[in-house]
Design a protein around this ligand. Structure first.
Ligand SMILES: [Fe+2]
Length: 278
C-alpha cells in the first residue's frame, strides 16, 4: 500500500556524494515555483551537506534568479564588468572575457559586512574534460585542528577589502572595498556548528599581526587543513546547479581544461548574516 504523503511535505531525495560534504538533490525542478516547505527543507539540506547538486536543470535568467532566492536574496557582485547584460545579479564566469580561473582556495566576497550565505553556479557550457569545482568543508577542518589552535583562531579576526584585486573596477572598489572585520571562526546560523572562515587574498591582515605574518599563517593553515577527506570535487555536466554554503566551506576552480573549449557558468551570490562566533 502506498503511504499517504501530506501535500505540505517537501519531497525530494538526498544522496550524499562524499563522506564529508556534498549531496545530490533529485526530484526538484528549479524552473518551477518552490513551495515554502520545500524551501525550508532545502535550506536545511544546504546547512547539513554544505554543497547541493541539482542535475539536468534548464533555466532562463529569470527562473535562475527565482531559484537562487530559495537560499537568500541575490546580492550585487564586485566584478561588475562580468555581469550578464540585462541581469546584473548574474555574473558570468567565462575565460574568453579575460577571467582567470579562481584556483586558490577561498570563500566568496568576505569584503562585505553580510557576505553571501551561498554561491550558486549553473553550468551552461562545459568543457569535455577538466574544469571542475572543488569544495572543502571548513566545519570538518575546524574539528580536525588541535584544541589549542581552535582556541587561538577563535580569538582572531581578519580585516577584508579589495586591495589585492586589480581585476575589479574603481567604482566597485569604492563601493565594496572598505575594510570589514570578520571572525576567523564563525558559527553557522542554521546548523549551529563552527567553521574556519577567511579569504587569504581579501584579508589584508589578521588583527594585531603584520600583513606578512598574517598571510604566512593563513597559507600554513590552508596547507594543513585542506585534505582529500574534506573535499568534494564537482565534475560538471551541462545543466548542473551547484549550491555552495559559503559560511562553512572554501572552494576553488580547476583550470585544467582545454582553453579552446568554452566553460561558462552563471554565478549568483545570495546574502547571508553578518559572521559571528556564538
Ligand atoms: Fe569563488
Amino acid at each position: 500500500m502506498e503511504e499517504a504523503t501530506p501535500m505540505t511535505m517537501a519531497h525530494f531525495q538526498i544522496t550524499p556524494l562524499h563522506p564529508s560534504l556534498g549531496a545530490e538533490i533529485a526530484g526538484v525542478d528549479l524552473s518551477a515555483p518552490i513551495d515554502e516547505p520545500t524551501r525550508h527543507a532545502l535550506t536545511r539540506a544546504l546547512a547539513d551537506h554544505l554543497a547541493l547538486v541539482f542535475r539536468g536543470q534548464s533555466l532562463t535568467p529569470v527562473q535562475y534568479l527565482a531559484a537562487a532566492s530559495i537560499f537568500g536574496p541575490p546580492m550585487e557582485q564586485h566584478y561588475s564588468q562580468h555581469n550578464m547584460p540585462d541581469f546584473p545579479m548574474i555574473g558570468l564566469i567565462w575565460h574568453r572575457n579575460g577571467q582567470q580561473p579562481a584556483e586558490q582556495w577561498h570563500t566568496d566576497h568576505t569584503n562585505r559586512e553580510r557576505p553571501p550565505a551561498a554561491t550558486i553556479l549553473y553550468g551552461v557550457e562545459i568543457p569535455s574534460a577538466g574544469g571542475g569545482t572543488s569544495v572543502a568543508s571548513m566545519r570538518a577542518a575546524y574539528v580536525a585542528l588541535p584544541e589549542s589552535e581552535r582556541r587561538r583562531l577563535e580569538s582572531l579576526t581578519t580585516f577584508n577589502g579589495l586591495d589585492g584585486h586589480a581585476d575589479t573596477r574603481p567604482e566597485d572598489r569604492d563601493k565594496y572595498g572598505k575594510p570589514v572585520e570578520h571572525p576567523m571562526v564563525r558559527t553557522h546560523p542554521v546548523h549551529g556548528s563552527k567553521a574556519v572562515y577567511f579569504h587569504i587574498s581579501k584579508a589584508t591582515h589578521i588583527d594585531g599581526m603584520t600583513p606578512e605574518a598574517s598571510k604566512a599563517y593563513m597559507r600554513d593553515l590552508l596547507d594543513r587543513m585542506i585534505r582529500p577527506e574534506i573535499v568534494y570535487q564537482h565534475v560538471w555536466r551541462k545543466g548542473d546547479v551547484l549550491v555552495i554554503d559559503d559560511r562553512a566551506t572554501m572552494h576553488r576552480a580547476h583550470g585544467d581544461y582545454d582553453r579552446s573549449q568554452s566553460r561558462v557558468l552563471w554565478r549568483i551570490i545570495v546574502e547571508g548574516d553578518r559572521p559571528r562566533l556564538a
